[in-house]
Design a protein around this ligand. Structure first.
Ligand SMILES: [Fe+2]
Ligand SMILES: [Fe+2]
Length: 186
Protein backbone atom coordinates (compact mmCIF):
# COMPACT_ATOMS: atom_id res chain seq x y z
CA UNK A 1 0.00 0.00 0.00
CA UNK A 2 1.09 3.56 -0.73
CA UNK A 3 2.68 4.91 2.48
CA UNK A 4 1.00 8.28 1.92
CA UNK A 5 -2.30 6.57 2.72
CA UNK A 6 -1.11 4.93 5.93
CA UNK A 7 -3.56 5.57 8.76
CA UNK A 8 -1.07 7.47 10.90
CA UNK A 9 -0.30 10.07 8.25
CA UNK A 10 -3.24 10.49 5.89
CA UNK A 11 -5.88 13.15 6.16
CA UNK A 12 -8.81 11.41 4.50
CA UNK A 13 -8.92 9.22 1.41
CA UNK A 14 -8.68 10.51 -2.17
CA UNK A 15 -11.63 10.55 -4.57
CA UNK A 16 -10.18 7.84 -6.81
CA UNK A 17 -10.30 5.36 -3.89
CA UNK A 18 -13.59 6.67 -2.45
CA UNK A 19 -14.96 6.63 -5.98
CA UNK A 20 -18.64 6.63 -4.96
CA UNK A 21 -18.36 9.43 -2.42
CA UNK A 22 -19.07 12.24 -4.88
CA UNK A 23 -22.24 10.46 -6.04
CA UNK A 24 -23.37 9.91 -2.45
CA UNK A 25 -22.14 12.84 -0.35
CA UNK A 26 -22.40 12.63 3.44
CA UNK A 27 -25.25 15.13 3.76
CA UNK A 28 -27.62 12.98 1.69
CA UNK A 29 -26.98 9.59 3.28
CA UNK A 30 -29.86 9.23 5.70
CA UNK A 31 -32.49 10.41 3.23
CA UNK A 32 -31.35 8.15 0.38
CA UNK A 33 -33.88 5.48 -0.61
CA UNK A 34 -31.28 2.72 -0.01
CA UNK A 35 -30.33 3.94 3.48
CA UNK A 36 -31.60 1.11 5.68
CA UNK A 37 -30.97 -0.77 8.91
CA UNK A 38 -27.43 -1.86 8.13
CA UNK A 39 -26.26 1.66 7.23
CA UNK A 40 -27.94 2.98 10.36
CA UNK A 41 -26.45 0.24 12.54
CA UNK A 42 -22.96 0.79 11.09
CA UNK A 43 -23.03 4.51 11.86
CA UNK A 44 -24.37 3.84 15.36
CA UNK A 45 -21.59 1.35 16.14
CA UNK A 46 -19.03 3.90 14.98
CA UNK A 47 -20.64 6.61 17.08
CA UNK A 48 -20.57 4.42 20.19
CA UNK A 49 -16.90 3.55 19.57
CA UNK A 50 -16.11 7.27 19.37
CA UNK A 51 -17.92 7.96 22.63
CA UNK A 52 -16.45 4.94 24.44
CA UNK A 53 -12.94 6.04 23.39
CA UNK A 54 -13.65 9.57 24.53
CA UNK A 55 -15.00 8.29 27.87
CA UNK A 56 -11.76 6.37 28.52
CA UNK A 57 -9.71 9.46 27.65
CA UNK A 58 -11.78 11.53 30.09
CA UNK A 59 -11.20 9.04 32.92
CA UNK A 60 -7.45 9.07 32.26
CA UNK A 61 -7.40 12.88 32.21
CA UNK A 62 -9.45 13.02 35.43
CA UNK A 63 -6.94 10.74 37.12
CA UNK A 64 -3.86 12.60 35.88
CA UNK A 65 -5.33 15.94 36.85
CA UNK A 66 -6.39 14.78 40.32
CA UNK A 67 -10.17 14.67 39.88
CA UNK A 68 -10.19 10.90 40.53
CA UNK A 69 -7.93 9.41 43.22
CA UNK A 70 -5.85 6.24 42.92
CA UNK A 71 -8.36 4.22 44.91
CA UNK A 72 -11.37 5.08 42.76
CA UNK A 73 -9.54 5.12 39.42
CA UNK A 74 -9.33 1.36 38.67
CA UNK A 75 -13.06 0.83 39.27
CA UNK A 76 -13.88 3.52 36.74
CA UNK A 77 -11.07 2.88 34.30
CA UNK A 78 -10.95 -0.93 33.94
CA UNK A 79 -14.60 -1.54 32.93
CA UNK A 80 -14.62 1.46 30.58
CA UNK A 81 -11.40 0.37 28.88
CA UNK A 82 -12.52 -3.26 28.61
CA UNK A 83 -15.85 -2.27 27.12
CA UNK A 84 -14.22 0.04 24.58
CA UNK A 85 -11.47 -2.37 23.49
CA UNK A 86 -13.77 -5.42 23.43
CA UNK A 87 -16.29 -3.57 21.31
CA UNK A 88 -13.59 -2.27 18.97
CA UNK A 89 -11.92 -5.65 18.55
CA UNK A 90 -15.24 -7.45 17.94
CA UNK A 91 -16.31 -4.85 15.38
CA UNK A 92 -13.08 -5.15 13.40
CA UNK A 93 -13.20 -8.94 13.49
CA UNK A 94 -16.66 -9.06 11.97
CA UNK A 95 -15.72 -6.45 9.37
CA UNK A 96 -12.62 -8.41 8.33
CA UNK A 97 -14.34 -11.80 8.31
CA UNK A 98 -17.85 -11.05 7.07
CA UNK A 99 -18.45 -7.59 5.66
CA UNK A 100 -15.28 -6.52 3.88
CA UNK A 101 -15.22 -9.59 1.59
CA UNK A 102 -18.79 -8.77 0.57
CA UNK A 103 -17.89 -5.19 -0.30
CA UNK A 104 -14.92 -6.40 -2.34
CA UNK A 105 -17.28 -8.68 -4.29
CA UNK A 106 -19.49 -5.74 -5.32
CA UNK A 107 -16.97 -4.26 -7.73
CA UNK A 108 -13.22 -4.78 -8.39
CA UNK A 109 -12.75 -1.05 -7.82
CA UNK A 110 -13.50 -1.63 -4.12
CA UNK A 111 -10.20 -3.48 -3.65
CA UNK A 112 -7.97 -0.45 -3.06
CA UNK A 113 -10.25 1.00 -0.43
CA UNK A 114 -10.67 -2.25 1.45
CA UNK A 115 -6.93 -3.00 1.28
CA UNK A 116 -6.51 0.35 2.97
CA UNK A 117 -9.17 -0.34 5.62
CA UNK A 118 -7.68 -3.75 6.41
CA UNK A 119 -4.24 -2.17 6.80
CA UNK A 120 -5.91 0.33 9.16
CA UNK A 121 -7.22 -2.55 11.27
CA UNK A 122 -3.66 -3.88 11.67
CA UNK A 123 -2.39 -0.44 12.70
CA UNK A 124 -5.27 -0.03 15.15
CA UNK A 125 -4.68 -3.48 16.58
CA UNK A 126 -1.02 -2.61 17.26
CA UNK A 127 -2.14 0.60 18.98
CA UNK A 128 -4.71 -1.40 20.97
CA UNK A 129 -1.99 -3.75 22.21
CA UNK A 130 0.19 -0.80 23.27
CA UNK A 131 -2.83 0.62 25.09
CA UNK A 132 -3.43 -2.67 26.94
CA UNK A 133 0.25 -3.03 27.88
CA UNK A 134 0.52 0.55 29.11
CA UNK A 135 -2.77 0.22 31.01
CA UNK A 136 -1.33 -2.79 32.84
CA UNK A 137 1.80 -0.75 33.62
CA UNK A 138 -0.31 2.07 34.97
CA UNK A 139 -2.51 -0.18 37.12
CA UNK A 140 0.61 -1.86 38.54
CA UNK A 141 2.09 1.47 39.65
CA UNK A 142 -0.62 4.06 40.10
CA UNK A 143 1.73 6.44 41.90
CA UNK A 144 4.13 6.57 38.95
CA UNK A 145 3.41 9.64 36.84
CA UNK A 146 5.50 8.27 33.97
CA UNK A 147 3.26 5.18 33.75
CA UNK A 148 0.26 7.50 33.50
CA UNK A 149 2.00 9.59 30.83
CA UNK A 150 2.90 6.49 28.82
CA UNK A 151 -0.62 5.16 28.97
CA UNK A 152 -2.21 8.51 28.17
CA UNK A 153 0.00 8.79 25.07
CA UNK A 154 -0.87 5.24 23.93
CA UNK A 155 -4.59 5.77 24.45
CA UNK A 156 -4.46 9.11 22.61
CA UNK A 157 -2.71 7.47 19.65
CA UNK A 158 -5.32 4.71 19.53
CA UNK A 159 -8.16 7.23 19.63
CA UNK A 160 -6.58 9.42 16.94
CA UNK A 161 -6.08 6.46 14.58
CA UNK A 162 -9.55 5.11 15.27
CA UNK A 163 -11.35 8.42 14.65
CA UNK A 164 -9.59 8.79 11.26
CA UNK A 165 -10.39 5.18 10.35
CA UNK A 166 -14.07 5.39 11.26
CA UNK A 167 -14.65 8.48 9.12
CA UNK A 168 -12.78 7.06 6.13
CA UNK A 169 -14.52 3.70 6.43
CA UNK A 170 -17.90 5.45 6.44
CA UNK A 171 -16.87 7.26 3.22
CA UNK A 172 -16.39 3.85 1.58
CA UNK A 173 -19.07 1.60 3.05
CA UNK A 174 -22.08 3.94 3.19
CA UNK A 175 -21.87 5.14 -0.45
CA UNK A 176 -21.32 1.50 -1.52
CA UNK A 177 -24.48 0.39 0.29
CA UNK A 178 -26.44 3.30 -1.14
CA UNK A 179 -25.19 2.50 -4.64
CA UNK A 180 -25.65 -1.28 -4.59
CA UNK A 181 -28.29 -1.78 -1.88
CA UNK A 182 -27.55 -3.15 1.59
CA UNK A 183 -28.94 -6.59 0.76
CA UNK A 184 -25.80 -7.35 -1.25
CA UNK A 185 -23.58 -7.02 1.83
CA UNK A 186 -25.86 -8.42 4.53
FE1 LIG B 1 -13.06 -0.80 10.52
FE1 LIG C 1 -16.25 -0.01 11.28
Amino acid sequence: MNEAFALGVRNGIPDDIAYLRARHPHGGWTTHVNFGQLCDFWLHVHQSLRSEGAAVETIIADFREGRIDARAFPQRFVPALNQFLGHLDGHHQIEDAVYFPKFRALDPRMARGFDLLEADHHAIHAALESTVASARGLLASLADARAADTHAAAAATLTRLLVRHLTDEEDLVIPAMLEHGERRVR
